[in-house]
Design a protein. Sequence first.
Length: 264
Amino acid sequence: MAEDSKEVAQVAKVETIQERPQQVAQPDHSVEAFISQAIDKQLPIETIERFLAMRKELRQDQAKEAFTMAMAQFQADCPVIAKTKEVKNKSGQVTYRYAPIDSIIIQVKKVLGENKLAYDFTETRDETRVTVTCTITHSLGHTKTSSFTVEIGSEAFMTDTQKYGARNTFAKRYAFMNVLGIATGDEDTDAKEIEAPVPKAPKLPADPKAKIVALMRQLGHSDPNSMKDRVIEFTQLDPNDPTNTQEIVDRLSVLLSEMDNENN
């Protein structure tokens, strides 16, 4: 009786094994498999090189796609940039606030890391200009760059080191914001008085174009014949375009603030 039970169990086991679906190996159509097969079959070097080029292009496409998705997620997660720097007039009152480059980096660094993005700055300069390039790199290797060039200037009240330092910080700020698509809301800091102005305290004209002229004079450029070219060199914006007027005022104001920091 025991032998009959054992035989039945063995038959059932065999039937169960036979009923299991057989796992069929799926062919590997990846570029890596093609390269491996080409090497194994000793195909011509030209064929292998084409496969290698194909793999490189595929990886570049994948890296670009990953970068695009990471940037989209970064911009969705990026906090509203707080304007932490106060700019005061000669009477000591706050006239406007903005976000300096070190503050911007602190506020977005965590979100950059979470999306596998890193940043780097490089610079070039000559006797008259400094150019800062900010490069954003994804962990898969795709990169995006933005450059900002600004004239070093000829302010007599600043040393060469101070002039370079102020322009370098200024250019870093805009190169970094441009490549990441960051907006700090500076458009509402057009040198307006946040507190009630003190009578007779020096302030900028109300007209935005007049503000540009006043700011350029503070930067040491008062020649009307070269004013437009100097504005473009400082801000990379065309002053003849009315849609740029407020942004020009903001950028010149920030540059003056950076110069004040270098002097203090």
